[in-house]
Write a protein that binds this ligand. Sequence first.
Ligand SMILES: Nc1ncnc2c1ncn2[C@@H]1O[C@H](COP(=O)(O)OP(=O)(O)O)[C@@H](O)[C@H]1O
Ligand SMILES: [Mg+2]
Length: 273
Amino acid sequence: MDLLHIQWPKFTVATVLCLTCPLLIMASDQPTLTKEQIKQFLLTAKIVKAEQSKKGINNTLRLTLSDGTVTHDASFQPVDIHKPQMQLASGTEMNFVDSYKYNIAAYQLAEMLGLDDIVPVYVERKWKGDAGSLSWWLPVKMDEAERHRQKLTAPDADAWNHQMYKVRVLDQLVYDNDPNLTNVLIGENWKIWRIDFTRAFRLSKDLRNPGDLVQCDRQLLEKLKALDGNELTEKTKHYLTKDEVKGVMARRDKIVARFQQLIAEKGEGEVLY
Ligand SMILES: Nc1ncnc2c1ncn2[C@@H]1O[C@H](COP(=O)(O)OP(=O)(O)O)[C@@H](O)[C@H]1O
Ligand SMILES: [Mg+2]
């Protein structure tokens, strides 16, 4: 299974894996990097190729990085637009921001909530003089737009829904004003990822779509309750303003309250999984 598309020298990898964990070889013929190794790779590996991305509206670039051992692609997003007001199809948005910084903030937040399995690692990196976010390229089969077009459904509805409910919680928490089916990506075995948060982190203290919150992963709810505003401020310090952090924390309170209300009405078994 070509999970991460990493090209490691076969001898070294096989040797190390045989010595450390023979089962890993049986599970996958490709090694996986830890999140920390991925961050370091994205921050330091040499950029050896660049091409325009095919989807999306901003000027994202698909870069190829190599550190001599690992070669892997990454998505570079340099957008950083701030306008007092912006005319959008949905109406006028005041204090409009479209920024790569929110991608990095979203990953930091996802890590704090144990949701870093549904958001690719995003770091800040410069390319040709522009700062931007760089995300680990995922082994994507299709996106949600394509799945809808093809009228496909995942064979394991529970497994699919359990992932999607996590995406919904994250969406409500980050308040994305540009929710978009091309930002939900699907991999092998119907694995789901959520990408592209450049228009998230609005200041609203209300949820955008509280009705989307139907069920919640038990651990996620505990992590939400434990989310600490000071720690979030620290971890997102170059990427979120004080008011943006306040927005997240206010919405966190509302998400927790909503699930507590649903539990009171329907019982825990209907709401938590
Ligand atoms: N890390 C990634 N792995 C795989 N595909 C990606 C990744 N990041 C972006 N893409 C692809 O590129 C498209 C555009 O990137 P995105 O970050 O959504 O920017 P925008 O929509 O603002 O142009 C996405 O819809 C997706 O198809
Ligand atoms: Mg997008």
